[in-house]
Design a protein around this ligand. Structure first.
Ligand code: NAD
Ligand code: ZN
Length: 392
């Protein structure tokens, strides 16, 4: 089959590799009909997430048709159309039983490696996301092996198009969880979202669905800010305005009640920190790391929430803890417990509350994907979200 593979730092290619096979009785094989490139893939490209190996298949946002099931798979049958959460969860361990699928105890056989490289346990395994997160092949390919097939894949039994449901695999639940965990008081609270990438876009719309009185989105890419404006958000270009002043002025001096960092560790700007020292040594790139998170803490209103869907790894230092402590902020963060949200959010799509296709700016084949990785990385050509058709 054809697949997009990691070939080294900042190198992505298309290769022909063997089709995946069932390895365990609880596996299924999915023929992928649509897949997407995510901001999280850029961390792999940068080398910010260690333990990728040449030839590893990328991709964790995908959906398709079940073509083979292991003998212990009960819920799925050949021909089912499914979306697959980006995290792999066993469904039976204590965290899974509590709905904390992204913290699954059993899906990542390499959790000791994650502890050694990241200094802490990493939670569940992920598709296409390094050996530290389990070494499972990803879904920017024609087929994928899905472990724990009775737990993750969610059947789509309506006639919604792939593009309307594809983002249930990651960025819609991720934006929704980031907003939900703020505990927004409907009709009162102001929510600020740093980052107008795909995750930030779904975060802003989720905050609106959860009743935020006002949503402010901060970025520097004009097309991305325009996309947020089209949804009725106020926007701030952090290269043109002093963000902290603008946020105070927009909120009567109080600051936003909740601030969401949908940027993560590759934030532009200037701020001290040690998150990516290793990645900087490896790549020779400079990551001015934690600016958005610092701005979030500095701007948040007293008693508010700083919610962090943006990915951080390793050690991060020099955060304004005095401000956080003084204002009594609460922090919420982490990988998304995607499994929890697919059903309810599919309901919102079916009810017409949101049409997730708004975020798609580019559609491409697997052969075109390496070029599209560059476009997405550079945020050129108005690129916000790339969807790939593995069979085109
Ligand atoms: P993206 O790279 O397309 O978007 C990031 C945006 O942040 C860009 O538009 C960039 O211009 C902007 N930005 C950079 N520095 C900024 C700053 N200082 N202030 C404001 N904006 C700034 O990525 P994406 O796909 O939207 O993903 C965003 C983050 O969410 C990534 O870290 C990704 O790994 C993470 N993510 C997390 C989960 C999860 O489970 N928690 C799931 C998916 C993605
Ligand atoms: Zn993703």
């Amino acid at each position: 089959m054809k697949a997009i593979v990691w070939q080294g730092v900042n190198q992505v290619g298309v290769e022909r590799i063997p089709d995946p096979e069932l390895l365990l009785p609880t596996d299924a094989i999915i023929k992928i009909t649509s897949t997407a490139i995510c901001g999280s893939d850029l961390h792999l490209l940068d080398g910010a997430i260690p333990s990728m190996e040449k030839g590893d298949v990328l991709g964790h946002e995908f959906m398709g048709e079940v073509v083979e099931v292991g003998r212990d798979v009960k819920r799925l049958k050949v021909g089912d159309r499914v979306v697959v959460p980006f995290n792999i969860a066993c469904g039976v361990c204590d965290p899974c039983q509590r709905g904390l699928y992204a913290a699954c105890d059993n899906s990542n056989p390499n959790h000791r490696m994650a502890e050694a490289l990241y200094g802490a346990t990493s939670g569940s395994a992920l598709f296409g996301y390094s050996h530290m997160f389990g070494g499972y092949a990803g879904g920017q390919a024609q087929y994928v092996r899905v472990p724990f097939a009775d737990v993750g894949p969610y059947k789509i039994e309506t006639d919604l198009k792939d593009e309307q449901v594809l983002f249930l695999t990651d960025i819609f639940p991720t934006g929704y969880q980031a907003a939900e965990q703020c505990g927004i008081l409907p009709g009162r609270d102001v929510v600020a979202v740093f980052g107008a990438g795909p995750v930030g876009q779904f975060t802003a719309r989720s905050a609106q669905m959860l009743g935020a009185a006002h949503v402010i989105v901060i970025d520097r890419v004009p097309e991305r800010l325009a996309m947020a404006e089209a949804a009725g958000c106020q926007t701030i270009n952090y290269e043109q305005e002093d963000v902290l002043v603008a946020l105070l002025e927009s909120t009567g001096g109080r600051g936003p009640d909740h601030v969401i960092d949908a940027v993560g560790m590759e934030a532009h700007g200037h701020g001290p920190g040690h998150a990516l020292d290793m990645a900087e040594r490896v790549t020779g790139m400079s990551f001015d790391r934690i600016t958005a998170l610092r701005w979030a803490i500095m701007s948040c209103a007293k008693g508010g929430t700083v919610s962090v869907p943006g990915v951080y790894g390793g050690l991060v230092d020099k955060l304004p803890m005095g401000a956080a402590f003084g204002k009594g902020l609460q922090f919420r963060m982490g990988q998304t417990h995607t499994h929890r949200y697919i059903g309810p959010l599919l309901g919102r799509i079916e009810a017409g509350e949101i049409d997730p296709t708004f975020v798609i700016t580019h559609r491409a084949t697997l052969d075109e994907a390496p070029e599209l990785y560059k476009t997405f990385r550079q945020k050129h050509d108005g690129c916000v979200k790339v969807v790939l058709n593995p069979w085109a």
